[in-house]
Design a binder for this molecule. Sequence first.
Ligand code: ADP
Length: 490
Amino acid sequence: MYIVMIASECAPVAKVGGLGDVVYGLSRELELRGHTVEILLPKYDCMRTDHVWGLQVSYRDLWVPWDGGAIRCTVWFGFVHGRKCFFIEPHSAQAYFARGTYYGFWDDPDRFAFFSKAALEFLLQSGKRPDILHTHDWQAGLVPVLLYEQYAGAGLANQRVCHTIHNFRHQGVTGPHILRATGLHRPEYFGAPDRMGDDLDHHAINITRGAILYANFVTTVSPHHAWEVRHTDLGCGLGPTLHRFQHKFGGILNGLDYQMWNPGQDPHIPQHYTVASVEQKAVNTAALRKRMLLRPGPRPVLSYVGRLDTQKGLHLIRHALLYALEHDAQFVLLGSGAEHGINEDFWQLKQRLDANPDCHLEIGYDEDLAHLIYAGADLLVMPSLYEPCGLTQLIALRYGTVPVVRASGGLKDTVFDWDYSERPRAERNGFVFEHPDTAGIESALDRALGLWRDAPDLFRVLVCQGMAWDFSWNHPGQHYLDIYEFIRHQ
Ligand code: ADP
């Protein structure tokens, strides 16, 4: 099959969070299985071009109809660690992708609506005719709408779309001007409540809603989250729409790229190890302590790696950190947030604890350090209020770092409590708590720290059981292929 991914991120060239990992990892898996995969991305000025090999102009004058006129684009091609990527660079006064960062602008809906339109225009004009378009999140959510409303008649009639929603909180809710800009006139038709009209704001257009209506199949990133978004408020208003289209909606657990995340050959860590040589992990723990200026000693190292976003249960991360320090454990945190206020709070905490030899906070994005933390820490906390899938816990498991998580979304599908899970003992791999409050996380931390201190042999068994799980792209890759195959013949 010939598959084109259309997304706003792809690791490591343009990555903000898990979306980037998924686009890269799934594409790689599909290629390994003999399919042709190409990835379409915006050409951000801030992307990591050092991860692109052979970057060159692929298509020079792509004129993309926009807002009654047209914007000229250059399309670049390059390999990102073997993946074939096309980068769309618009030349206009709005400088849509030359803003120094990926997201966070008032006109984000315009930027990514333009990208969606440009992606289809590129396929049309360059003569590419993939079997499947796999679009990701609201940033590419207009692709299925535009495909069926505009491009099917122009030459893209045989393409089918699978749309994946990674985060329901961001739906691309915007004004009706987006319809005019993309050439979807008739606002009374497209803005109607049974089309793209937003349920909560009756004057707004909801791009994700459009994607659900028009895509041939819609997925979210774990089975439990697929249930949550239909039956709880985690669908953020889209629950009824998902019910209406449940015949073409499902949850597929994200995989982890086992080549990029492999403690047996990770170039970012000083000591390689596998499940058979897990005691070597201690060398990485020592390196982590040295790098983070922590004192040596027989204490467990707890960690957090991830975006600093309310979704992640920030008050509980903070609580876990202080709790660890009170209980003779150490804590390292690597994270950054899109909101200035949140970063500021963690900066203050960092300053307050600066002289403490048992903890270190690193506010920022650091791929190298993330690998060292996964390899060196004993435990990783993830007290998310909601978590569609979560890759961080999967990486931790792969690196023998025991996850302590709140039972939500993909965390519930992947982490099984050492003491209370209904799974057989040999399959249990972490610690889980139900309620997102301090009592909940404390009870899980007590059990985790207790096992580490009082029963090191059992803790080691737990570590090895976690490492033995297969959360690679192997199963989800096949699952996506089944979906592609199914919609291809519709
Ligand atoms: P989300 O998609 O909500 O951000 P995931 O757990 O699905 O969360 O994916 C997070 C990914 O981003 C992981 O690969 C994690 O290592 C990485 N990551 C997040 N924050 C940072 C950071 N500050 N520095 C380095 N890597 C980070």
